[in-house]
Design a protein around this ligand. Structure first.
Ligand code: UDP
Length: 329
């Protein structure tokens, strides 16, 4: 039988767990590699679980030896913009050194197809520019800088050893599995939509809007939200792209539509039919004014469609998951 093992780092996290479900449905066997620092063992439902840390090369080697995987999907990372500004060392160590260990191990074990989660934060603040894969990268926070560094490592390993990589630059990922098997659950929570839902059902007093004086129509930041299920579908397509020998490529994953923080709040009011308690706060260091994907590349080259990525659907799915209560450690 053809080996169908895929190492999924961060498979116990929000996006990684959804990717495992999509991989299983596509006939692969996702092997979750996760240290459970931010992930949840209860999110590992679609294949074997291997607890380990990317900063420990022996942990990584053990998993490559056990499964002889055909590819790696690398989600594991710290991903909070605000935290990355306060603790940049954490981001450079975990995201860059951990990724370097993994990439070196993949090459050493002859596993030459690699899918990587990067971010629109690598582009930085580019006033009212539509961001496509040709846009220059000038990250303004340590999170984005750490992801850009890993992109560069992949490029160098591609040139030196023939490692093939698909790099996905995510815009803002939201929503949850419509079947309710997995969803977004961080402790502490820092992302906009789950925080709005927490404010709606009284788990927090209010949602603080970080900055109301941005140069946008309503003064709040604009982001491009993409449904996690659409996002992980692109990963399966990216894996197949690599397996058909197309070689390395970068793809943005966004919809091209931008929504302000206030527009997201209004849509959450509409979906839940409940008020959202709001306070106004200072800008969060590291935040870009506007991040909107202008790319059609994933659609035209991978055949990707983002059918579920409208705000109403994303908040509806997130709300259903939210009401189920999340995971327990
Ligand atoms: N945001 C906010 N209040 C919060 C959390 C986030 O106003 O409590 C804003 C944040 O400034 C950004 C947008 O919501 O403009 C999305 O932030 P999030 O942390 O969800 O994702 P990011 O864009 O940082 O990856």
């Amino acid at each position: 039988m053809l080996n169908k093992y895929i190492i999924v780092t961060g498979g116990a996290g929000f996006i990684g767990s959804h990717a495992c479900k999509a991989l299983q449905q596509a006939g692969f066997v996702p092997v979750t590699f996760d240290n459970l620092v931010t992930g949840w063992q209860d999110a590992v439902k679609f294949g074997p679980f291997e607890r380990g840390d990317l900063l420990c090369r022996a942990d990584i080697d053990r998993v490559f030896e056990k499964y002889t995987p055909v590819a790696v999907m690398h989600f594991a990372a710290f991903s909070q913009v605000g935290e990355s500004m306060q603790k940049p060392g954490l981001y450079w160590q975990n995201n860059v050194m951990g990724s370097l260990n993994l990439i070196q191990a993949a090459v050493d074990h002859g596993c030459m197809d690699f899918v990587f989660s990067s971010t629109c934060a690598t582009y930085g603040d580019q006033d009212n520019v539509v961001l496509d894969e040709h846009s220059e990268q000038h990250p303004i926070n340590a999170y984005g800088a750490s992801k850009q560094a890993v992109e560069n490592i992949l490029s160098d390993f591609g040139a030196a050893y023939g490692l093939n990589s698909v790099i996905f630059r995510y815009f803002n990922v939201a929503g949850a599995d419509p079947d309710g098997m997995v969803g977004e659950f961080h402790q502490p929570e820092t992302h906009l939509i789950p925080l709005i839902l927490n404010a709606i059902d009284g788990k927090r007093d209010a949602l603080t809007i970080f900055g109301t004086d941005y140069d946008t129509p309503d003064g709040t930041c604009i982001r491009d939200y993409v449904h996690v299920c659409d996002l992980v579908d692109a990963h399966v397509l990216g894996l197949k792209w690599l397996q058909s020998g197309h070689g390395s490529r970068v793809f943005n994953l966004g919809t091209g539509d931008g929504f302000s923080v206030r527009q997201v709040i209004d849509q959450a009011k509409h979906v839940t039919n409940r008020p959202v308690p709001v306070t106004h706060g200072a800008r969060r260091p590291g935040d870009c004014t506007k991040l909107v994907s202008g790319s059609l590349r994933a659609k035209t080259e991978l055949g990707w469609s983002a059918d579920r990525s409208n705000l109403k659907q994303m908040i509806t799915d997130a709300w259903r998951w939210h009401q189920n209560g999340g995971y327990i450690k």
